[in-house]
Design a protein around this ligand. Structure first.
Ligand code: C2E
Ligand code: MG
Ligand code: MG
Ligand code: MG
Length: 280
């Protein structure tokens, strides 16, 4: 199959490229109907304090199970949703659903100090986003100081001035801002100083090598030291081993999440974890 690329030149697609493109189109079309068909849901991964192991919060993570039962990873479908305006609809649904669920848990007396919600680049920069968050907070009754919005470091780097302005608007609502996947964006650490954020999330890639690589340990230590100066809290993601947690404790990291303690859980799963007697 060949496609004209202009100026008489041709780009040749291999079979696999054509297949990939077909796969992407199929996913896009299926994703268009996923919300209406109730195929999207949220899982919640607990986050803990490193010093005493108590619950710090939960991160809402999107799940898509298609009608045939197969799961599609958010790492695959979020970028597809980002290419269309679908991400706006999905992002709004995520925020509304997570806040409503969290409000329900608070009313039930469950002690979950914070709720973290991931926000995509396009959603974050869309006009009216701040008003949407304000409306959802009012509608669900979630106290703003309990909500953390996670924006990836790359989003902030690409569009630094606008991002800082947007963060300030969000912070004026009283909510907290988190920089997700921190350390992967090749940014100068000093740029942290200018960010009106409250938390950075250390990317899993650093945690994986924390125990064996002295260099990575030094990077993590530098981030933690700087975070302390600039008054950010730090959450480590992807903690899978006790040894990693031990190093994080020595280095003074405040919070962590990971398979070591819990995978992302369904609503029922989280309720059973937090109040097992009630659920039995
Ligand atoms: P993220 O926000 O950095 O989320 C952390 C990811 O690491 C999640 O993958 C989580 O399941 C996984 N994880 C947590 N602990 C461990 C561990 O110990 N080991 C390993 N190997 N993985 C761990 P997930 O749920 O597949 O989500 C992938 C990414 O998709 C997220 O990365 C986030 O960027 C995006 N995403 C998920 N839900 C949403 C959403 O509602 N909105 C937006 N915009 N993006 C979302
Ligand atoms: Mg996240
Ligand atoms: Mg992350
Ligand atoms: Mg990540």
């Amino acid at each position: 199959m060949a496609k004209r690329a202009g100026q008489g030149s041709y780009v040749f697609f291999t079979e696999t490229m054509a297949e990939q493109e077909r796969h992407r189109l199929t996913l896009t079309n299926q994703l268009r109907n996923a919300l209406r068909l109730n195929e999207l849901s949220l899982h919640y991964q607990p986050q803990y304090r490193v010093d005493n192991g108590s619950l710090y919060g939960v991160e809402a993570l999107l799940r898509w199970q298609r009608a045939d039962g197969t799961m599609v990873s958010p790492a695959e479908f979020i970028p597809i949703a980002e290419e269309t305006s679908l991400i706006l609809e999905i992002g709004y649904w995520v925020m509304k659903t997570a806040c409503a669920q969290y409000s329900f848990w608070l009313n039930q007396g469950l002690c979950i100090p914070h709720l973290s919600v991931n926000v995509s680049a396009r959603q974050f920069h869309t006009q009216g986003f701040v008003q949407q968050v304000e409306y959802i907070l009012r509608d669900t009754g979630v106290p703003p100081s309990r909500l953390l919005l996670e924006v990836t470091e790359s989003v902030v780097l690409e569009n630094r001035r606008d991002s800082i302005a947007r963060m300030r608007q969000l912070k004026a609502l009283g909510i907290l801002i988190s920089i997700d996947d921190f350390g992967t964006g090749y940014s100068s650490l000093a740029y942290l100083r200018d960010l009106p954020a409250d938390e950075v999330k250390l990317d899993r890639s650093f945690i994986q090598t924390l125990v064996n690589s002295e260099q990575d340990r030094a990077i993590v230590k530098a981030i933690l030291d700087l975070a302390q100066v600039f008054r950010f809290t730090v959450t480590a993601e992807g903690v899978e081993e006790t040894a990693q947690l031990e190093v994080l404790k020595i280095l003074g990291c405040q919070h962590y999440q990971g398979f070591l303690t819990s995978r992302p859980l369904t609503v029922n799963g989280l309720e059973q974890l937090l109040c097992p007697t009630e659920a039995d």
